[in-house]
Design a protein around this ligand. Structure first.
Ligand code: ADP
Ligand code: MG
Length: 463
């Protein structure tokens, strides 16, 4: 291995060290990437093996950490030596100009081996804060309750807080923002975030390794338990049972419980009734898709974080084409940036249009006739083989027609292909199915509701 350039030197000059790092980085990334993400980084000082740098925004750090962490790590190790470490501070513009930059946050980036380990990992992502969560009519109640809990975990009547709503609307962001606030404000409180499927996996592992008590005690020892996507516990009775006991312990001792779900408690079919009733003890708050103004505000804020400046028409174009998923709004900006920086394209209206189209296409590509059929069958409790054979039983015909209708709507398959997937039926059968469902939706609210619920489920499964 090549010896690190500066190993052993006593006094290091951060400018010189960073300049050498840049030379190395430049050899490994495109010019555009280099200019966009690395040139703006400024060295501040170097102490022992720790280089401190200044970054323009938190987002900036997250981007390079996600995409270039190993490059940075190997670079500073080769320049500074083993054990090299990088910390960063975020530059924030104050209102008056010419104010000195102030230090907002400091964080070990490439963790030094000697660095202190927390007693446990909270899995709360520092990227999700209240500050970068845009308020809108659709999330008002949930946001307000979350804020109150952040100030006083376990001490409000919002226990549990149950946040529900469709995909990509900010549930995970919001509940982790509470976590971050609590950890910051009450450093001694034990808070943990996890998704319910991880909870289930951990539980199964605990059973296999005979550590159920340890597992259960760990969660019972929390001051704040944030469990995301609780609908994943449906059909998992043992996990629900264990969670029931954890819930009781925490609730009785005034600890904060925060849950999210794709639907309100009462609609969680297959969830233990005792849990459903507990979910309703505190506050259930839904998150609705953002209205146009909120979508614009979100785009502006995200673009700002990226350091991008767009004319208003571009925001308006995106906000009127991507309407029901904030993750897609964000994805659109990232894709724009990637197209512009990686493929060196001009960031103009044409690129915006193409990018919006790509997002819509990739949304559709996620759905397959097989997935759709499987969700429909599961939802309506009908065997998948039945839907393909000749049965004319009423409920099977309905399931088949809904599956055809949704395949037509959500995939780009031809009528012929769709017919083939349903036991080799003719394309005219598919047309008939689509129009029957269309008219049923138009005349019957419960049918409309049913199809929408299944569609939501398909969308959720494909994320
Ligand atoms: P969900 O958990 O409801 O599926 P997420 O919380 O994962 O949605 O949100 C998807 C993306 O959209 C995340 O990157 C999140 O930061 C962003 N987002 C959602 N709601 C907002 C909001 N109100 N303001 C800013 N960003 C948001
Ligand atoms: Mg989520």
């Amino acid at each position: 291995m090549q010896e690190a350039q500066y190993s052993g030197s006593l006094v290091l000059n951060s400018e010189k060290v960073w300049e050498d790092c840049l030379t190395n980085i430049k050899r490994n990334v495109s010019q555009m990437t280099f200019n966009t993400w690395f040139l703006p980084i400024k060295p501040i000082d170097i102490n022992n093996s720790t280089l401190k740098v200044l970054l323009p925004s938190q987002f900036f750090w997250e981007w390079i950490d996600e995409h270039y962490n190993s490059l940075i790590h190997s670079t500073i190790t080769s320049i500074i030596g083993p054990g090299a470490n990088l910390t960063y501070v975020i530059a924030e513009e104050k209102e008056e100009k010419n104010e000195p930059v102030f230090i907002k946050q400091e964080k070990a980036v490439v963790k030094a081996i000697e660095s202190e380990k927390p007693a446990f990992e909270s899995f709360i992502n520092p990227r999700y804060t209240f500050d970068n969560f845009i308020k809108g009519e659709g999330n008002q109640l949930a946001r307000a309750a979350a804020g109150a809990i952040g100030d006083n975990p376990g001490g409000t009547s919002f226990n549990p807080l149950f946040v529900y709503g469709g995909v990509g609307l900010g549930k995970t962001h919001l509940v982790q923002a509470v976590g971050n606030k609590i950890v910051q404000k009450f450093p001694f409180k034990r808070a943990v975030y996890l998704s319910s499927d991880i909870f289930t996996i951990e539980f199964v592992e605990a059973i296999q390794s005979n550590k159920v008590n340890e597992f259960s005690n760990f969660y019972r020892s929390m001051d704040v338990l944030i469990l995301d996507d609780i609908q994943f516990l449906i059909g998992k009775e043992k996990t629900q049972d264990l969670f029931f006991h954890i819930f009781n312990t925490l609730h009785q001792s005034g600890k904060q419980i925060i849950l999210t779900s794709d639907k309100p408690p009462k609609d969680l079919k297959g969830m233990d009734d005792r849990l459903i009733s507990r979910f309703q003890w505190g506050l259930s708050a839904d998150i609705q898709p953002p209205d146009f103004e909120t979508r614009i505000a979100i785009l502006r804020r995200k673009a700002d974080d990226f350091g991008l400046v767009f004319p208003t028409e571009i925001f308006e174009y995106i906000a009127s084409h991507i309407i029901s998923n904030i993750r897609e709004l964000e994805g659109c900006l990232i894709k724009l940036l990637a197209n512009a920086s990686l493929n060196s394209k001009k960031l103009d209206f044409d690129l915006v249009k193409t990018t919006v189209k790509e997002i819509a296409t990739s949304r559709q590509l996620n759905f397959t006739i097989e997935n759709i059929t499987s969700v429909v069958c599961k939802y309506l409790n009908i065997g998948e083989d039945k839907i393909r054979d000749k049965t004319r039983k009423k409920e099977v015909v309905l399931a088949r027609q809904i599956a055809m209708h949704l395949s037509k709507e959500l995939t780009r398959s031809s009528l012929k292909t769709i017919g083939l997937h349903f036991g080799g039926r003719d394309h005219s059968t598919v047309i008939h199915a689509c129009s029957s469902i269309d008219s049923a939706i138009a005349s019957d609210d419960s049918m409309k509701d049913l199809v929408k619920k299944i569609k939501d489920k398909i969308e959720l499964d494909s994320v």
